[in-house]
Design a protein around this ligand. Sequence first.
Ligand SMILES: Cc1cc2nc3c(=O)[nH]c(=O)nc-3n(C[C@H](O)[C@H](O)[C@H](O)COP(=O)(O)OP(=O)(O)OC[C@H]3O[C@@H](n4cnc5c(N)ncnc54)[C@H](O)[C@@H]3O)c2cc1C
Length: 359
Amino acid sequence: MEQTTSHKKLDYLIIGQGLVGTWLSYYALKAGKTCMVVNDSHTTSASQVASGVINPVTGRRIVQTWMIDTFLPFALKAYSDLGALLNTTIVREAPVVLIHPSLQMQESFEYRYEHENVYLQKNTASDFEAFMHTPFGTGQIDQTIWIDLNLMITGWRAQLIQHQQYIDTKFDIADLQITNEGVTWKGIQANRIIFSDGLGSMQNPYFKMLPFAPNKGEALIVEIKDLPNQTIYKHNLSIVPWKDQLFWVGSNYEWEYADAAPSSAFRTKMEDALRQLLKIPFKVVDHIVGIRPANQERRPFVGLHPSYPSIGICNGMGTKGCSLAPFFAHQLIEYCETGSPIHPEASLERFEKNLKKKT
Ligand SMILES: Cc1cc2nc3c(=O)[nH]c(=O)nc-3n(C[C@H](O)[C@H](O)[C@H](O)COP(=O)(O)OP(=O)(O)OC[C@H]3O[C@@H](n4cnc5c(N)ncnc54)[C@H](O)[C@@H]3O)c2cc1C
């Protein structure tokens, strides 16, 4: 995948290297194209604080998530391939143990287990009783995927740096010129610029009219020495293996928030919930926050601007970046290179009218 980029017109200028920018640059290079990734590592990114879980079912009714039968195998292969390229393992299948928080959730699980069940499995509550209270029993979700996002993003960044395909700076749209042949930014010419800058796109004059609906999420990083770390646990909070005996504990979904700072209310709520759930000691070692680049439709924004086809976007991944990012980054690069279609529910074409209003 090695590319030389100096003094030549690039195929892609990619803005942002969270989950989406990582996958865009991966697929661009895999297609034999040249690219430069511009990322401001000092801007907070949702990908840095995400737990990295792809859970095939969701909500109180434990129903399957959108297109999961397509996304799950695609993601498993994509993350495995990228891990192999980085000479490490960034993905593994880890079952979710459901510790039912109420009778209602236990009944919900039993109902779904009997009806249209693909991913649910029975397990034995006594297996977990040494470290958790399980008054309403337990269940299990299979085929869940856990990704080590920090390892993936930093590992991929190191490769980009090694091949002179990464610039660490804050991109400013004022420095961008659109030409007949593509775009120019600070002397770098490219056929296309693709924005994968998460919340940054909300200020982008070409895309700010998209229905973004950012959403704040917090997590605690907690040391739980005696908890087996090959499993994800879900109660009215999620406990996800992070590193060694550290676990990611969260989260919340705040649509209205005053700032992006950690809140004491969240910390107190999580600590209380952990005390109620766990029979073993725990120690909070960190409190992290991110803003999810979510949107009102819960479907991503993927495509090229209808009036400026040298400008594209892959964004709006919301709560599901881990499953959506590899699939839609791949679709966008394929669309640019071969014209193959983008899934209509994700395609930018649905906003054509609004986007064309940009002068
Ligand atoms: C607490 C929490 C838990 C989550 N857990 C999960 C989970 O378990 N599973 C899941 O699928 N999803 C999860 N998510 C959602 C997931 O994090 C997002 O969907 C995903 O990370 C979005 O990726 P992105 O690349 O679009 O944006 P980001 O990760 O925000 O990346 C954008 C990048 O652009 C850079 N950037 C921004 N502006 C500029 C600029 N002007 N110049 C240069 N660079 C710029 C930023 O530095 C960043 O690197 C979670 C989110 C949160 C907050």
